[in-house]
Design a binder for this molecule. Structure first.
Ligand code: MN
Length: 146
């Protein structure tokens, strides 16, 4: 079932973890506007937990979550409709309830569908020597053909 949600106020009503603030810190690694809300701000929590909201058409660049052991990123899809794609594989449709584990070292991107707002919670899985490598944008020719 598609949960495409093009209307911003209809989306806000189902984006139960909240939209947060414009994601200015990472804007250089996104095509389109995204929003970021930290869900656990207690520094005792060793896992980064954020709700990331993408406007229709917004997606992040190809990127890799590096770690020498452990690491990677869990995506818990919460509202709207989006895409996740690993290099060399078909794009996977994301709907509320979809769970994705991006393994450390795997090149991928994620974001909204062209006609829908989308949110997922990200869990940054702790790992040794963990870092993120941001690569090229997902170009329109590729994205709009999905
Ligand atoms: Mn990722």
């Amino acid at each position: 079932m598609s949960t495409s949600t093009p209307d911003a106020s209809a989306f806000d009503a189902v984006n139960v973890f909240g939209k947060g603030e414009p994601n200015t810190a990472y804007a250089q690694y996104f095509t389109g506007a995204s929003f970021l809300k930290a869900l656990v701000e207690d520094p005792a929590c060793v896992i980064g937990v954020h709700n990331v909201t993408f406007e229709p058409g917004c997606r992040n660049n190809w990127h890799i979550h590096h770690a020498t052991s452990g690491g990677g990123q869990v995506l818990l899809c919460t509202a709207g409709s989006g895409w996740y794609q690993e290099e060399g594989a078909p794009a996977v449709s994301l709907e509320p309830g979809t769970v994705v584990f991006a393994r450390a070292g795997v090149k991928h991107w994620h974001g909204a569908k062209a006609d829908s707002w989308f949110s997922h919670i990200t869990l940054a899985v702790p790992g040794e020597n963990a870092s993120n490598e941001w690569l090229e944008p997902v170009d329109d020719e590729h994205y709009l053909a999905l």
